[in-house]
Design a protein around this ligand. Sequence first.
Ligand code: ATP
Length: 357
Amino acid sequence: MIQLHSVSKIYGAGAGAVTALSDVSLTIAENEFFTLLGPSGCGKTTLLRMLAGFEVPSRGAIVLDGRDIADLPPNRRPINTVFQNYALFPHMTVAQNIAFGLQSLGRPRAAIKARVAEMLALVAMEHLADRKIAAMSGGQQQRVALARALAPAPRILLLDEPLSALDLKLRRQMQIELKRLQAETGITFVFVTHDQEEALTMSDRIAVMGAGLLHQVASPRDLYDRPANRFVAGFIGEGNFLPVHVRSRDGALARVTIAGADLTLPAETLPAGEMQALVRPERIVLAPAGGTGGLHLSGVVENLVYIGTDTHLHLRLPDGAQITARIGNGDPHLQGLAPGARAALAVPSDALRLVPA
Ligand code: ATP
């Protein structure tokens, strides 16, 4: 539905120029909940503003339904935006706010009335239609902002960190609500956040960005299980990163040393060039030393942190590196373990991901 072809954005010129986006290409499908995820300053808002038409790419093309939309002004694009601060009219009522965009499109009165009622029902706010915005909570304002943006039935809704002003409980509730709204309306959502948990919860696919570069576009599960590089692996979820030394490759097999332990892996799982081994804490098990298969690490327990369902075990390895394992509290090997004790951890081979460093 939307395609970005080698889009770059440079603000300013000469010595003060800032490259906000560098050669970004991606495709967003119809009816997708698509998220732009990355740390502050990585270019997410810039990309969103180009889709909306508030910024023009310095290079590259943005194509909607096969047509380059570079010259289309924001109000001629079938795209609407929900802003971080909601940008509602505080002295108007909920219903007037939702009607506003429809009136400026010149829709007939009866049609506006029906659509406002429909939108109020969609966000479960029928009983608050005549309330002034200034007298509403943050979560309620958020719903009104969504209803207003959805009212003209845009084909694409852009959402720029819309939940950042809400407290954690309300935020979680709104995440589910947004996902429902997207599914129910069938409108393509392009959502911006720096919160990986939020992105994983809601998205069909996520574009992970860092410093103006697009690192990977994939489903939440693929990003977590098969990160394309060290940046993505570190940004999504918790991870241990261990040094990898490749000793030899003979045909289909590679002999490697990971954190001082030797093992043999399928050569096809090794990326080219420098690499690190990613190990997710929940894939590590407490095991007797010297077992077969996978990676075996032993060291000294530094710390045990009880977190209800699991215990976080921090183990210091002989080379000085620390590794964190997440052990289920039902595991009998946890019994009697204390800081200062020796412990052995095992990582199954299929839980090792070698990622370009
Ligand atoms: P945040 O999460 O903090 O909003 P972001 O990922 O949305 O960050 P952008 O706002 O797109 O990032 O900014 C990307 C880069 O471009 C930053 O280095 C920023 O300082 C710069 N930038 C953004 N807008 C402008 C502008 N109008 N003029 C100059 N530089 C800008």
